[in-house]
Design a protein around this ligand. Structure first.
Ligand SMILES: Nc1nc2c(c(=O)[nH]1)N[C@H]1C(S)=C(S)[C@@H](COP(=O)(O)O)O[C@H]1N2
Ligand SMILES: [Mo]
Length: 322
């Protein structure tokens, strides 16, 4: 009997949660190691040629721990997650990043941790991949432009890296800095933003269990257009907070000025918490279009994560500190 097992299906064909989950469970249950896949050792029913097997093994992340912090919302199809992107380093329209990000070279790659730390340190991407067990975090994501997605990220709590970075007593904020290299990132030849892309968080936001460094999605390493090889994910904030392709994390005593704040301080604030009651000057934030759905849905306070994060902002006027 020739049944196409979920593991044989290329990621590009994956369109929904069920398929993703069944493929993952199949890999888990079969006891197949990445090594076995890479060596092209065929298991019964696993009909991969060795080249194909190598390609799959090179992008797969292995077993991911499940997390109680994941949402049960239906996943946005892989195709939409990886072809409808904001990544201005590869153009300002949604479709260019998927077409142009092939020029980004993600190996070798390092993140330098500096500023208010005991000692400046550099982590290479191989070290980062092993810094903590990778978890699957299925998060609702909301762009300030009014669309949203549900993405199964793979990553670990940013707090794991912060612990290793040993910030000192002056460290109250963090800055995340994207790679700057116009040869690899053609969008940087234009001055739409003040490069490199910089975003920031307050220390308690950065330490919050929901905040992750993501190294993958849908069980595979991040596609370049989604911010390979490592990017920030803070699901209760607007998408622009989540700096992609990070090369530097700086600990500071005062909040930094992000690229978007520089570009337009009236439109973009430091906090950028999803808030349906405070509109962006150009876009209402009351409703959102979940990619793949027809009717708009109500946007939820803190993107639906109020129970977990509202306490971080107790006593703050969120109309002023948007
Ligand atoms: N370096 C960099 N990071 C970035 C951006 C960008 O233009 N450059 N766009 C942001 C915006 S506006 C959004 S909505 C998200 C989109 O992430 P995704 O394409 O993985 O869904 O990335 C954010 N991170
Ligand atoms: Mo966005």
């Amino acid at each position: 009997m020739l049944i196409k097992k979920p593991a044989d299906i290329k990621s590009s064909e994956i369109t929904d949660k069920q398929l993703y989950l069944s493929r993952r469970d199949f890999l888990g249950a079969s006891g197949l190691s990445l090594g076995a896949l890479a060596a092209g050792i065929a298991a019964p029913g696993l009909l991969l040629g060795s080249n194909e097997a190598e390609a799959v093994a090179a992008t797969r992340l292995g077993t991911l721990r499940k997390s109680k912090l994941s949402t049960g919302d239906t996943l946005t199809p892989y195709k939409d997650v990886t072809t409808y992107n904001n990544f201005y380093e590869f153009g300002t329209d949604k479709y260019s990043p998927a077409q142009l990000a092939g020029t980004l070279n993600t190996r070798p790659w390092t993140i330098t941790v500096e500023g208010e730390v005991k000692k400046t340190r550099t982590f290479d991407i191989e070290t980062l991949l092993k810094l903590a067990p990778l978890e699957e975090r299925i998060y609702r994501m909301r762009c300030v432009e009014g669309w949203s997605m549900v993405i199964p990220w793979a990553g670990f709590s940013l707090s794991e890296l912060i612990k290793q970075a040993e910030p000192n007593g002056n460290a109250k904020y963090l800055e995340f800095v994207t790679l700057q290299d116009p040869r690899q990132m053609p969008g940087q030849r234009s001055s739409v933003l003040d490069w490199p892309y910089v975003e920031g968080l307050r220390m308690d936001e950065a330490m919050h269990p929901l905040t992750i460094l993501s190294l993958g999605l849908y069980g595979e390493v991040l596609p370049n257009q989604n911010g390979a090889p490592v990017r920030l994910v803070t699901p209760w904030k607007y998408g622009f907070k989540n700096a992609k392709s990070i090369v530097k994390i700086r600990f500071t005593s005062a909040p930094g000025v992000s690229s978007w704040m520089k570009a337009n301080p009236r439109e973009y604030g430091f906090y950028a918490n999803v808030n349906p009651t405070v509109d962006h000057p150009r876009w209402s934030q009351a409703k959102e279009r979940r990619i793949g759905e027809f009717l708009k849905r109500d946007t939820l306070m803190f993107n639906g994560y109020a129970d977990q994060v509202a306490h971080l902002y107790a006593g703050m006027d969120l109309r002023k500190l948007y």
